[in-house]
Design a protein around this ligand. Structure first.
Ligand SMILES: Cc1cc2nc3c(=O)[nH]c(=O)nc-3n(C[C@H](O)[C@H](O)[C@H](O)COP(=O)(O)OP(=O)(O)OC[C@H]3O[C@@H](n4cnc5c(N)ncnc54)[C@H](O)[C@@H]3O)c2cc1C
Length: 399
């Protein structure tokens, strides 16, 4: 290849970015220089973070070092935040003052929250009381402490935004994990699911069965609860048409959009929220040489915002970037898959999986009919698969 002097900068060391950084190094046989910009010292996984809320796992269990990327793969790691992108000069500006030139830029910055949609939470201090815990880390631990401090007989309420949002089944898994904790430690307590959507958005029959059986009298599901604001002092949620709901622990998952750095690069093209990409390369449809992965993109039909899918985006993109920097054509017909496990108890799990194939005529990725499926019922065997999935994907992206 003649990509020997080529420079790729990756912004964001999560499921998409870390995978892309590693695979470009591997597939270019170390010839392409890759710099990864990420402010966190270690990778903390959102998948399995609901188990930290339930109390069966710790944050240390879902934290992985970035050392493998730098020491084994030769990725240059910069612990900093990208603050601006100059797409004409092809440079990334960092908070620390440095500027990184690139031939190809890969953005996998995840999501930001649209606080304007929940006006009381525009105030950062209010967000210390009404937590989202939708990025694993300090908020996960803070929400766990709120649950521990709640007296038996109290109410935990979780507000779910109207789709699309990061991890469709995640809020329902969270409700199960909190219910699992209450069942053992505070059996008179309740879990209230206040869903902005008209129905459960993923694995509906499986979750509903768990709430009716394993968590009978603990979990209550209420659809069509579109949050408009909260009263922080009284932990009251307000809705467009439904009555107010007061809770002892109020957990608001706000509406989301691509993280701010995507806006700076000018790649936010869908509904002022998400980034449209060419699914052959994951290059922005608007800005050349800038690729976008993971939760930040405007997805194709039935393509979930998941860590597994971000990992798949990254591999398609990495292969395309290595090809393009070597003067070759990218694979014209990429195939992606998704597997998503949800923990009902600390060990019983259900899954959904799907396969997605590029359609050259329609220029999009479409689900392959008859491929994939849903668990018939929760099981401990699937729990073992789910823990295996986590270890494998962490090794795949960071090892
Ligand atoms: C509770 C919960 C449970 C989930 N469970 C599952 C599951 O079981 N399976 C599954 O597949 N998915 C699951 N997900 C979804 C999964 O976490 C996301 O889809 C995935 O993290 C998306 O990857 P990403 O690379 O787009 O973003 P992320 O993994 O969030 O990575 C983004 C990275 O970019 C960095 N960043 C942002 N802005 C900048 C900047 N300006 N400069 C430098 N760095 C920046 C951030 O620090 C972060 O590390 C879950 C999510 C949640 C919240």
């Amino acid at each position: 290849m003649d990509g020997a002097s080529a420079k790729v900068v990756v912004v964001g060391g999560g499921y998409g970015g870390a995978t892309a950084a590693k695979y470009i190094r591997m597939w270019s046989e170390g010839q392409i220089g890759v710099t990864l910009v990420e402010p966190s010292a270690e990778f903390v996984s959102c998948p399995l973070s609901n188990l930290v809320l339930g109390g069966s796992k710790t944050l240390a269990d879902i934290t992985v070092s970035y050392d493998g990327l730098s020491q084994r793969q030769g990725v240059k790691l910069i612990r900093d935040t990208a603050t601006a992108i100059d797409v004409d000069k092809r440079r990334v500006k960092l908070a620390g003052g440095a500027e990184l030139p690139y031939d190809r830029l890969i953005l996998s910055p995840g999501v930001d929250y649209m606080w304007g949609e929940v006006p009381a939470l525009v105030d950062a201090a209010a967000r210390e009381t009404v937590l989202h815990a939708w990025k694993a880390g300090p908020q996960t631990l803070a929400l766990r402490r709120q649950l521990e401090a709640m007296p038996d007989g109290g109410v935990y309420a979780v507000s779910i935004p109207v789709a699309p949002y990061r991890c469709p089944p995640g809020p329902y898994e969270r409700a199960c994990q909190v219910a699992w904790y209450f069942k053992r430690a505070k059996p008179r307590s309740k879990v209230l699911i206040l869903d902005g959507n008209g129905d459960v958005t993923s694995k509906g029959p499986l979750f509903k069965k768990a709430w009716a059986e394993a968590y009978k009298n603990i979990v209550e599901y209420r659809p069509n609860y579109v949050l408009t604001d909260v009263d922080v002092a009284s932990r009251t949620a307000k809705f467009d048409v439904q009555d107010n709901v007061r809770a002892d622990v109020l957990n608001v998952i706000p509406p989301q959009r691509a993280s701010a750095i995507a806006r700076s690069a000018g790649v936010v093209t869908a509904n002022d929220r998400w980034c449209d990409v060419d699914f052959v390369t994951f290059e922005s449809v608007k800005v050349r040489n800038v690729h976008v992965l993971g939760d930040a993109i405007q997805p194709a039909t039935l393509m979930p915002k998941s860590g597994h899918m971000a990992n798949q985006h990254a591999k398609v993109c990495a292969a395309a970037v290595v090809a393009l920097l070597s003067g070759q054509a990218p694979n014209p017909a990429p195939v992606l898959n998704n597997a998503c496990y949800s923990f009902i108890t600390d060990r019983d799990v259900v899954h959904v999986c799907s396969v997605h194939q590029y359609d050259a005529e329609k220029k999009t990725v479409l689900p392959v009919q008859g491929a994939g499926g849903l668990s018939p019922a929760m099981s401990e065997l699937e729990g073992r698969y789910a823990f295996g999935w986590a270890q494998n994907i962490w090794a795949d992206m960071l090892g």
